[in-house]
Structures are given as C-alpha cells and as structure tokens.
Write a protein that binds this ligand. Sequence first.
Ligand code: PHE
Ligand code: ZN
Length: 881
Amino acid sequence: MRTDTGEIIHLEDYQPTDFVLERVDLTFELDPLETKVEARLIFHRREGVAADRPLVLDGDELKMTGLLLDQEPIAAEDYTETGETLTIRGLPDSAPFEITVTTELSPQTNTKLMGLYRTNDVYCTQCEAEGFRRITFFPDRPDVLAVYTVNIIADKATVPLLLSNGNFLGGAGMGDGRHFAAWFDPHPKPSYLFALVAGDLGVVEDSFTTLSGREVVLKIYVEHGKEPRAAYAMDALKRSMRWDEEVFGREYDLDIFMIVAVSDFNMGAMENKGLNVFNDKYVLADPETATDQDYANIEAIIAHEYFHNWTGNRITCRDWFQLCLKEGLTVYRDHQFSADQRSRAVKRIAEVRHLKAEQFPEDGGPLAHPVRPTRYREINNFYTTTVYEKGSEVTGMIATLLGPDLFKAGMDLYFDRHDGQAVTIEDFIRCFEEASGRDLTQFSLWYHQAGTPLVSASGTYDASRQTFTLQLEQTVPPTPGQSTKQPVHIPLRFALISEDGTITEASSVSGAEVTGDVLHLVERSQSVTFEGIASRPVVSLNRGFSAPINLHFEKSSADRAQIARFETDLFARWQALNDMALDALVAATASVRAGTPVVCDQALIDALMATVSDDALEPAFRAQALALPSESDIAREIGRDNDPDAIFAARREIMTAIATAGRETFAGLFETMRSTEAFSPDAASAGRRALRNSALAYLVLAENAPTRAVEAFSAADNMTDLSQALTILVHRFPDTPEATAALESFQTRFADNALVLDKWFTVQATIPGAATLERVETLMAHPLFNGLNPNRVRALVGTFAFSNPTGFNRADGKGYRFLARQILDIDPRNPQLAARILTSMRSWRSLESGRAEHARAALSEIAAGAKLSPDVSDIVERTLK
Ligand code: PHE
Ligand code: ZN
C-alpha cells in the first residue's frame, strides 16, 4: 500500500536513471475485477553505472503475480517488493536484459481515476503524472522514453473496441469468445503518455491530409447515440491541425488520431500519444445542450491536447518540475489559436479575466509557487493556474520581447534541436537567446520567483519643456519559501494619448529601452522621460496585458474615460472601463460597511453607456464591458478584512444604478440583438447572444420583476439563452414560484443528460446568500447527483465553494464546515478531486476576522482527519501555514 511519508522531492536532486529502457511490450487481459497485465521491459545498464547498482522500479497499490529475468524466475533474495518500489539486484553489467512483470488489477474498484479504471463500463487509463505505476512496476518518470507495443485481449461481445497509442498492427478473434488487438507506437514516449481504451462505443470518422500529403484517419469515440454531438469537436480538431501547420509549421506524425470522450475524468483532457482521452464535457455539444462557453471550451481544449503532440509529446519534460515547459507553452499556443479563430481582443479580455480570477489569488496566497517550482510533495497539486496560465503569459512575454520573427526563430530552433528529447526550461530559454542574441537571464526570473509583481506608476507633465516623465517602481511580494525577490524584466506595452484623443509619439525617450510600443522596466525604480509632448498625455500602460502584473496607477475617471474612448488597443479600452468600475465598486463597498449611501460615479455610467451603444464595436466586446468585476475581483482589490456580504450588496447597488440609468438602452439591445437566423455557434453570433443576455440581466434589475426573465426562459431556443435566463431568474428571485417552476421544467427536460444537469446544479449552488448551503445539502441527496463522478461533484460542491462568495462565506462558518465534511468524504475515494476543491480555501486570510477564524477551524478539522491522502494533506498544510 502507498504510504505518505511526506517526503519532499527537490529539483536539485535530479539524476538520470541507472538503466536505459529500450522497449516495452505490454499485454492486457481485461476483466473488471481481475485484469492481468504482463509487462516485458528491455533495459541496459547506462554506461559508467557501477555493476552493483540495482534496478529500482516504481509501483502504487500493485499486486505482483510474477517476475522474470530473461524468462527465468528471479530468486527471492535478488529482489525486494514494497508495493511502492520493486528493487532487483544482480543484473547484467552491460548486455541488455528483459524483465517480465505480471500484475493483477481491479479497474472496476479504482475510484481514484488514475491508472486503469472503468467509466460507464468502458476501460480507460489515466497515467499523467504518476498513474502508470498503478498498472505495472516501471521507471515511471518523464525522462524515460521508450517504444511501446501493446496487446489487448478482452471479451469480444461486451468489449468490441480495443485501442491504444500509435498505429493499429492487427487483431483477430481468439475462438474462446475473446479477441485481441495489437498497437505499435513508433515514437519513443514517456509512460505518462501511455493510454488504453476498451469498450463498446460509437464513433465519428473523418480524415485530414497533412501539408506533406500524409493521410490521417480521425476518430472521435463517444457513447452510442451521442455521435451527432461530436461534430463540433471534429471540426475544431481539423482546424487545429491546419493551424499548427500554418502557424508553427508542425505536422501530425501517425496514421491515425483518436479522441475518446469519457464521463468520469479528473481533469479536462489528456494528450496521450495518438489517443487523447477527454472529459466528455469538452467533446459533446449541440445547440440544445451546449452554451457558447461550452463551444469555446471544446474548441480550446481540442486544440490544446492536439498541440501537445509537439509541445509535450515529441518534446517532453525531463522531470515534473518542468511541467510548464509543456503546459505553459501549450496554453500559449491554444490561446493564439482561439484568438485567430475568434476575436483577438475579446479572447484576450477573457484570458485576463480568468488569469486574475484564478491565478492572481493563487500567487497572492499560501499556495503560491513559481511557474517552475523547485520542490513538491505531491505533483498532482502542481497542475495549477500558475503553471498553466502564468506559464502561458511568460511565453507570451518572450514573444513580446523578441517580436514575432525572432520568437518564431526561437520556436523553430526548439523543435529542431530537441525533437525526441526530454528537456528543461533552461533548454527552452536558450533557444530564444540563441535565436535573438538577447540575454534572457533577468527575464528567467519569471520562471523562478513566485508572486505577482506590483508596478506603481505616476506621471508628471512639464508644459514648458514639453516633456512627460513616467515614474515606475516594481516590487515582487514575498511568497512561501521566498522572502526576498529580485526585480524582473517587465515588458510594458504603452501608448500616450493626447487631449484630442490621438496617440502621440515622443521625439525621444530616455530612462528606459523602448522598442516599438514596448517599454522595458528592468530596475526596481525607473524614471522615463518622453520629449516633444505637446500637451498633457494620458498614459495607457500594460496594453494587451503585456505583463501579468498588478498595476497601481491612480487616474481620474476622466483620464480613464479618455483611454476607454480613444485607445486603439481594444483590450486597453476594456481595461480602462474595468478599472473605473473597480474603483466605483471598492468605494461602494466602503460605503456599505460604513453605513453611508452608495453613489455611483456618473463618469462610469456615461463611459459604459457610450461603449454599449457604440454599434461600431463588436457585441462580444460590449458584453465584456458590461460584465463588472466579480465579487472576488473586488475582494482581491480590497485585499484584507473582507466582508463578502458588503461586497455583494455594493455590487448589487452599482449594477442597479447602471441598470436604472441605461434601462432604455438595455431594452433596445434586448430587441436588436435578437437572432432571426438558425443557431450558429460562431463567435459573432455568440457575441450577440452575450450582449443580449447582459442587457437582460440589467433590465431585470431595473424592472425589479421576474417577468422578462420568465419570458426569455420560455422563448429560448438554445442552451446559452436558456441557461442565462434561468440564472438571472433564479439568482435574482430565488424561491419565487417563477424560479421554482423554471428549475423544475429544466430538470424534467434534461433529466437524462448529466452534463446539462450539471448546469442545473451549478445555477442553484451559486444563488447568492446564506440559504444556499441548505439547498446544496438537499441537492446532494438528489437521485441525479452522483458523488463518484468528478463533474457532478465540481458542479455542485466545487461551484458552491469557488463561485458563491456570500453562500460559502456565511458569517457563521457553516459553509467552511460543510466543505471540510465533503473533503474528508471525497478524499478516500478520489484524492485528486478532494485536493482540487480544497484549494477554494486559498484566500481565507483576507477575510474579516470572524470568518477567518471559522475558516481556520474548518481547515484544522481537515488537517486532523485520519489517513489523509498526500494530495489533501499537502494542500491543507500549506493553506494553514
Ligand atoms: N496534461 C493534461 C493537459 O493539460 C492535463 C492532465 C493532467 C490530465 C493530469 C490528467 C491528469 O492537457
Ligand atoms: Zn496541457
């Protein structure tokens, strides 16, 4: 059995293996409770490794039933097996040898969803990061690359489909009711990319011809009857394949590419070589059941997993500390893809919103860690928004620093030099240094220092000299294990906007390197002077969010409005509006807490209304302008002593003020944005729906009556409109007969579609207010809830903890105690899921003292739990520290 020794793994301890693995031959005889796995592994001792060094293989909860060396049994004194490791002594000095390990598995009872498990009667594997060791004893680390042959044997009638990585070799019946299939993957790969899927599934088939003329068969496997809902995923796959050829020059490299959708999955999807396994939520879509957000997610995740074929699979990580090497880079690639497929500015706004909502709190709390960490206890806990999203931002900054041509040259060098290797972040950075001739030493600190840098800026205009001086200071806050920080290289894109709204170019700049519109902040403090500036400019700083920083730049609302109106960078226009709104919301929260009336800044209302009424702007952008900073955004801005109820009340008041002032406009938009055509998930149509639905939300506030939401709910002919109307109705008027009726009709209509019912659970789990806890507890006993399925648990428990600030942070602490009970309940069956949901407590220290004490007590209750998994104990200990 696996025991958590609490051992910490350090980057500096990295050593290559003593033995080189050449080939892997696997045979699976599938059975729900007694699957037999035979692994034949060909090794040789690495040159220079002493002859008395034993071979040490990893295992996890394994039952070994046989062990051979070159087909002969190994004497008992020559090996030691602990369940966690298998150590074999007395192995040949230089000649290759074959180890045959036989293990017996019970996929049916594997609830951790790591290794080989069953989901709706389908056999399926998940091996990243350390799941392969739950299948057989193996050198289970990413720098061990080998060529795999896989034989699968199963009952033909119940398990007609037998899949693994690579190309299909052949298969046949076996005469005893069973059949077999053999697969060969010619590309050397680490064990975490191994996959096996077997069962009875439907398929959608297509094909793709690569740039160099290779014919690739494309198959998406889904549950029988769901085939039509895989069409959009297939389309997204083909667009991804074409895009990677055109933009990164990367072609696919096998005869077949397969995707399998499964309903029990801990994460979004997995990039196994040639056989991606997906959470079905990110494959299945049709207008009746999927929202525009679902479509966008499917497109992004299909692309992400496909892009991993080069960034992750062909070039993989030397060790798990390098996780951002594949994840940060691949997120960067999928962001670029979506930006090209949709509206770049709108995509960027959504990315930054997500980064600030998810990564900034992580970076500013007890779980903060560098993009490239140097220590971990449980690697599962490092699949974080820091590694993924901040990792992507850091890649984007390299592109900003180098410009598109040198960035491309660096990427080409990386693909060229490291294809087939397991490498490090240092190897990656070196490619850009060599391609550009630029020293990236200081820039590399972005990978090594945790914490969101804070840049404070202020400007002074000297009319007589016609100069403008920008004073910039940077600090990187202390984070766990890193008390002092060095200044980083921050590429700040900027514009100086003059009084008449035009963008001014300085005749010369001193105090900082400026290339194009990029200002390089490299010192702790820098004073930058622009010459030849005819009138006082307004500075738009960090255009396009060129650096993932917190920016403190006090400005009047008139100056912010100037940016919102005249910036040519659309992202910066949104940012200015959002900053204005945030200022207003923070001030309103202070008023609520002081018991004084909330007044909404008229300049904010004017700027917002000017933006939403501007037909020259795309509707999706206007919808983003109307989406005010969230309650957690406001809490983060306030930073300490937070009262979620006050924040909620303040936000409601500001929204009502906007709604009242803009009532006519919203009523107009609600009509003009109505679609007259058949549903299409394209970005432009989605943008119109987004604007129409935000107009609806404001209208319902202004009218203070459920009528319009009820009508919209009945009239909806697609899931976006339907779920939006339901959310507006239920969140604004919970417990009214109208809300109850709508929830009931939704449930009845979609009772047989678990993914849609997740939306039903989520709408209810996120109803603002203390009463929601009881509702969530009741829903957990609902016949359609299933505590074993990660999507269900996330939809109900996860969204309650992560996305219901007033409900979860009840002043009496009952929300936290509920979470503690859930974590202790989930942990024994699925530690990864439990640990992930527990990270919802990461900002507890910024709450007012009463709530913070309740939160601490709940965390301590978890910490005191008997037999915690390494996953949960790692998170709870770091969160409490
Ligand atoms: N590597 C997967 C991705 O980002 C995520 C994942 C990690 C899936 C671990 C399962 C387990 O694409
Ligand atoms: Zn990934």
